[in-house]
Design a protein around this ligand. Structure first.
Ligand code: SF4
Length: 207
C-alpha cells in the first residue's frame, strides 16, 4: 500500500501539467454526453496520470487500463474515450476504468464501480526469485485482453522492487515491444529473446 501511494504521488507531480490538458477534453466530452468524471480525486488523478503516461510512452491516448494490443482496429477502439463506454455504463454503471459515468450516478455507484476495478487489479502476481510470469490472467470479455495486463503487472512490481534485475515472461511479441517502450521511457535497460512459446525479457534496473 505504501509503495502504491509513493507511486501515485510520483506520477501526480510528474504529470501535473499535462493532466490539465486531459481534464480539458474530459470536461468537454462529459458535457456533450451528459457524463461526469469519477468524483474520487485519487481515482480520477491516477487515471489522468495513466493517460498521460500512455501518450508519452506509446504516442496515443490509449485506455489507461489496457496496453496497446498491436491490432490496429482494436487499438483504435481503445483510444480514450473508447467505443465501449455506453455498453460498460449499462453493465457496470461506469466505463471499465471507472473514469466516466452518467452525471447523475450516485456516490455509492461510483464507489461500487471503482471497487470492481480495484479488485480486478488485486490478483496475486506470479513473481518468484526475481522472475515475473505475466501470462494466464483473465481476459476482458469485450477487448479479449488480459486484466491485469503485462504493463500493470510490471509497473506494480516495480513500485516496491529492490532488486537490480527483473526477468519478465510474456505471452505475445506485442507485449514484449510494449515492455521495451515502458522500460526505456522509465530510463532502464532491457534485453529480450523469444523462447519456444513465450518471450523473456531481462530488465536492468540500476540507472
Ligand atoms: S474504459 Fe474509460 S478510461 Fe478506458 S478508454 Fe474507455 S472511456 Fe477511457
Amino acid at each position: 500500500m505504501l509503495n502504491m501511494m509513493i507511486g501515485f504521488f510520483k506520477d501526480y507531480f510528474k504529470y501535473r501539467e499535462p493532466a490539465k490538458k486531459q481534464q480539458k477534453w474530459m470536461d468537454k466530452y462529459c458535457e456533450q454526453k451528459g457524463y461526469a468524471v469519477n468524483p474520487n480525486w485519487m481515482m480520477s488523478t491516477n487515471l489522468k496520470s495513466n493517460l498521460c503516461e500512455m501518450e508519452a510512452t506509446f504516442g496515443k491516448r490509449y485506455c489507461p487500463c489496457f496496453e496497446p494490443s498491436g491490432d490496429k482496429a482494436l487499438d483504435k477502439k481503445m483510444s480514450c474515450p473508447c467505443e465501449y463506454v455506453e455498453d460498460e455504463i449499462a453493465e457496470y454503471g461506469t466505463c471499465h476504468c471507472a473514469l466516466f459515468g452518467p452525471a447523475d450516478l450516485s456516490k455509492e455507484q461510483w464507489k461500487a464501480s471503482s471497487k470492481r476495478l480495484m479488485d480486478e487489479y488485486q490478483v496475486p502476481k506470479n513473481l518468484k526469485d526475481g522472475l515475473l510470469d505475466t501470462r494466464n490472467m483473465p481476459l476482458d470479455p469485450r477487448r479479449g485482453l488480459p486484466i491485469p495486463d503485462m504493463m500493470h503487472q510490471v509497473k506494480s512490481v516495480l513500485n516496491g522492487y529492490k532488486g537490480e534485475k527483473l526477468t519478465v515472461i510474456v505471452e505475445r511479441e506485442q507485449e514484449m515491444l510494449n515492455l521495451e517502450k515502458i522500460v526505456l521511457y522509465r530510463g532502464y535497460e532491457c534485453s529480450w529473446e523469444p523462447k519456444e512459446d513465450y518471450f523473456e525479457a531481462v530488465l536492468h534496473l540500476k540507472r
